[in-house]
Write a protein that binds this ligand. Structure first.
Ligand code: ADP
Ligand code: F6P
Length: 488
């Protein structure tokens, strides 16, 4: 036995935090902390596709999830939820403004989505982005077991790979981008383009939604930091010769789990109730999006409005349900979008609605998964018309829920999903005339042909579900070149 130092029994030992072999770092935890008007604390599921996907992956393997709890202030204590160890990272009100609303969603988001709205560049936003990324890296370093796999998510955390490598050279580091990676001509506008690329190159493996995104990244490294590149890999510029792989691994949905939910008798009953409550329309169209200018909601409404005005569609036979999830409500571009969409909905209903039968049912809420499944089952035509979208899980969720082979998916060519689901009714949302024709085609195509299309779409999603996505990502991470030695 080792001799014990004198007095060892009386020294209280500080418990080391438990460590995990798999650590996820994402801007948000899967649940947001919300303080209600009565002062009570509630935890609500966080918005967005990232959480939908990662949540289903994390419930199949033990691990920790490092993220922000969705409100400013000191972070709550760590806790376990549904078998996942949640590690909240705190953001001050100023950091929420500068790192989240500012650099992430006022600088990077527009640049990474074709500059649909202008990007803003502020040095104090960049400083906050660096600080917050360091804080995330420190939290990851604390909970990662020796040799752990660390899986960093999305554009909010692009510096975390390099920071984690400095703190914990023993771990394996992957990063997945849920949104597009822009062409070098747009990325080059960023005053901090070099440090962003160097931050990402701290990873062993970088995953993207489309091959074009991976290619854009590799090209940016070649042109902007003069890194040596080969197809699908970049040699870091620190002289170590370490290579980083970049490849497309498109994200997906929990096909089996969601289909099982959609088959539940309670969901069927709710689907019937939804149609009844809308006045049993012959044709129900549906849009489900975060209220984001990338989603093409204005273009969709314009096409629909013109179809109504031309008398080609109209209530009570036809109606549109537009679910618009509240999102980034303090960012000016989102406030303008909301005002614009709500004004347009009001105008369409005022001009083209019928007493008791509005032409558009606009819902600015979040709903439980069961309700979403019932809505998908109720919709004859699903309108997914983004101007640019990394993937768009809604498109995949819709076909997953249509085990009856009913329904039709109108899908923008500018989504990642389109690259897998191109049998859908494809559209270019900028082309309003073309969009109107595609909507009419989705309505008028004979049922047997629509069933054939739906079967093909479903096969693709069933064979490429989120479990397969996660397994492929982790296998690519394990197989990435230049594996570091594991420390004790
Ligand atoms: P994004 O990540 O940009 O928000 P996605 O389409 O990839 O877009 O993912 C959105 C996710 O959020 C999907 O899982 C969708 O079902 C879910 N969702 C969208 N709107 C709502 C809503 N109002 N209530 C509940 N879930 C929603
Ligand atoms: O992938 C896009 C994304 O920004 C995710 O990171 C996020 O979960 C989702 O959209 C919702 O956005 P936010 O976290 O800003 O509400």
């Amino acid at each position: 036995m080792e001799p014990r130092p004198p007095g060892a029994d009386s020294v209280p030992s500080i418990p080391k935090p438990k460590t995990y072999d798999l650590v996820i770092a994402a801007n948000r935890l899967p649940v947001d902390r919300v303080v209600t008007e009565s002062g009570a604390t509630e935890w609500r599921r966080s918005p967005g596709g990232l959480v939908t996907a990662m949540d289903s992956v994390m419930h199949t393997q033990p691990g920790a999830w490092v993220g922000w709890a969705g409100e400013p202030g000191s972070p709550p204590d760590r806790f376990d939820e549904d078998g996942v160890h949640l590690v909240p990272v705190g953001l001050s009100a100023e950091e929420v403004h500068r790192y989240y609303e500012g650099f992430s969603n006022g600088t990077l988001w527009p640049i990474y989505h074709d500059v649909i709205v202008a990007a803003s560049f502020h040095r104090e936003w960049w400083a906050a982005y660096q600080h917050v990324n360091q804080r995330f890296a420190a939290a990851v370093a604390e909970v990662a077991a020796p040799g752990a796999r660390v899986w960093i998510q999305d554009y909010q955390l692009q510096l975390v790979p390099a920071y984690v490598r400095t703190l914990r050279p023993d771990v394996r580091i992957g990063w997945f981008n849920h949104i597009p990676f822009p062409p070098v001509e747009l990325f080059a506008q960023l005053p901090w383009r070099g440090p962003l690329l160097e931050g990402l190159l701290g990873a062993d493996f970088l995953g993207f939604q489309r091959q074009a995104d991976a290619r854009n990244f590799v090209r940016a490294c070649r042109q902007l930091i003069h890194a040596e590149t080969r197809a699908g890999s970049v040699t870091v510029t620190d002289g170590s010769g370490r290579r980083v792989r970049a490849a497309a691994i498109p994200i997906s949905v929990d096909f089996k789990g969601l289909e099982a939910l959609a088959r539940e008798p309670s969901v069927t009953a709710r689907m019937q109730e939804i149609r009844r409550s809308l006045g049993d329309p012959k044709l129900l169209m549906l849009g489900v999006d975060r209220l984001d200018y990338t989603k093409g909601i204005r273009h969709r409404l314009k096409a629909y409005q013109e179809l109504l005005a031309e008398g080609r569609l109209g209530p009570p036979e036809v109606t549109l349900v537009q679910v618009a999830t509240p999102s980034r409500e303090r960012v000016a571009a989102y406030q303008h979008l909301r005002a614009d969409v709500e004004q347009t909905v009001g105008r369409i209903n005022g001009d083209l609605g019928v007493m008791g039968y509005p032409a558009v049912h606009y819902l600015h809420h979040s709903y439980p998964r069961e309700e979403m499944a019932a809505l998908f089952r109720a919709a004859d035509v699903m309108l997914v018309t983004p101007l640019r979208d990394g993937m768009n899980l809604v498109a995949k969720e819709y076909v997953t829920c249509r085990f009856d082979l009913g329904g039709a998916l109108v899908l923008s060519e500018f989504t990642g999903a389109w690259h897998e689901l191109h049998q859908a009714f494809s559209c270019n949302p900028h082309d309003i005339e073309g969009l109107k024709q595609t909507i009419m085609r989705a309505i008028d195509t004979p049922a047997p042909e629509k069933r054939r299309i739906m079967r093909a779409l479903r096969r693709r999603v069933a064979e490429h579900d989120v479990q397969r996505w996660a397994a492929r990502f982790l296998a690519a991470l394990d197989a990435a070149p230049d594996r570091p030695e594991h420390g004790p």
